[in-house]
Write a protein that binds this ligand. Sequence first.
Ligand SMILES: Cc1ncc(COP(=O)(O)O)c(C=O)c1O
Ligand SMILES: [Zn+2]
Length: 445
Amino acid sequence: MSEYRAVFRCIAGCGEEYPLDEVVYECRKCGNLLEVSHDIGLLKRRSAREWRELFDSRTGTTEWPYGSGIWSKKEWVVPNIDNDNIVSMFEGNTNLFWAKRFGAMYGMDDLWIKMCGNSHTGSFKDLGMTVLVSVVNDMIRRGRNIKAVACASTGDTSAALAAFAAYAGIPSIVFLPANKISTAQLVQPMANNAIVLSLDTDFDGCMRVVREITKDNTIYLANSMNSLRIEGQKTISIEMTQQFNWEVPDVVIIPGGNLGNVSALGNGFKMMYDLGLITRKPRIVLAQAENANPLYLSYKNGFRDFTPITPQKTLASAIQIGDPVSVQKAIRTLKEFDGIVEQASEDELANAAALADRTGTYSCPHTGVALAVLMKLIDRQELSKKDRTIVISTAHGLKFSEFKVGYHEGTLKDVDCRYANRPIAMAPDVGKIKEALEREFAARK
Ligand SMILES: Cc1ncc(COP(=O)(O)O)c(C=O)c1O
Ligand SMILES: [Zn+2]
């Protein structure tokens, strides 16, 4: 056992607490969500400088399990888990992409994209899933009767769950909305031998089903309403700050659907702030697709109330969610971080992704939402061009080939594909090819 202590605690402040190895997702007294709460007093026994040095000494090593971007911060995540029971593929440690040419188009020279898609299953979901599956593995090894882990998903959560469960040899069950995820996302859990249920409903419908199924405590719920996921995801803030030599960025922009990730981002910054590693907090911008924008609507009325919606189809399929489970956590985070919520239309998100791709990215549609929101807020001068700004790229573009192909073929609904680039089909005639190249050089000037 380490000297540190963390428990599940009710977010409503009713005082309920549970150990992290208890099968519990909501407060048994008042029904609110739980969060992992760390004993900050114990963590303060190390100075800010000592924490920075400890984290820096582990980053990029092969030392088990600290070479992982998540487990390099183990004491701040799940301090008391046995290292032998951790299920890790050394996730995290993703690069920050300096968006040099894209930023220059908007007069920004300090614009960065955090490439969370450069990860084992191609999305930021690996960050949280290593933590959740590790805790489950620890419980199983201690003799707990857990038959399987289960989640509802818009594609990325299920891919991550299936992979980490397969790595640990734990059965997994995934509930997916039929025909609402990409081919690559569907194949991922199939390949990892998950039990894949394709349901004739949307994500919110899958979420209702998995909540029922996991009332049986031998099937463990792996959605982000389980705050163990959030603990892993929060390391992203710590990692990004570390990548800038422990300097806080000014603004972070993140796409949101079920809204767990934005509170994770906030939690990471808050913990660094409380422990003295940073002395100010960044501004957080939450980006939603206009077709799935319940939090944007709530923001527009000053968060006075929140009404779930039935989302419309969006190219940003992973955030096509109308009844986000973690909405209360998200609102709390946005209030604390001078938050902005902005939306992007189908046309805006697709063209933003395509324009960024022309400067070297391969952006998924959710990253497109965040980039489009950045462009709007810079145009409206609600964000400053001078600020160090990080856009969180949540998934790899290669998972969304239908989106890319559709864009360049000009077949996407409600999108004027202004940057489409089609292959030139022609005979292998060198003279004609030279003429074609001249035309292209002229067109691209
Ligand atoms: C690629 C991608 N981006 C963004 C999100 C949104 O994250 P959250 O549901 O935590 O808001 C998800 C997951 O739902 C996702 O898969
Ligand atoms: Zn409670």
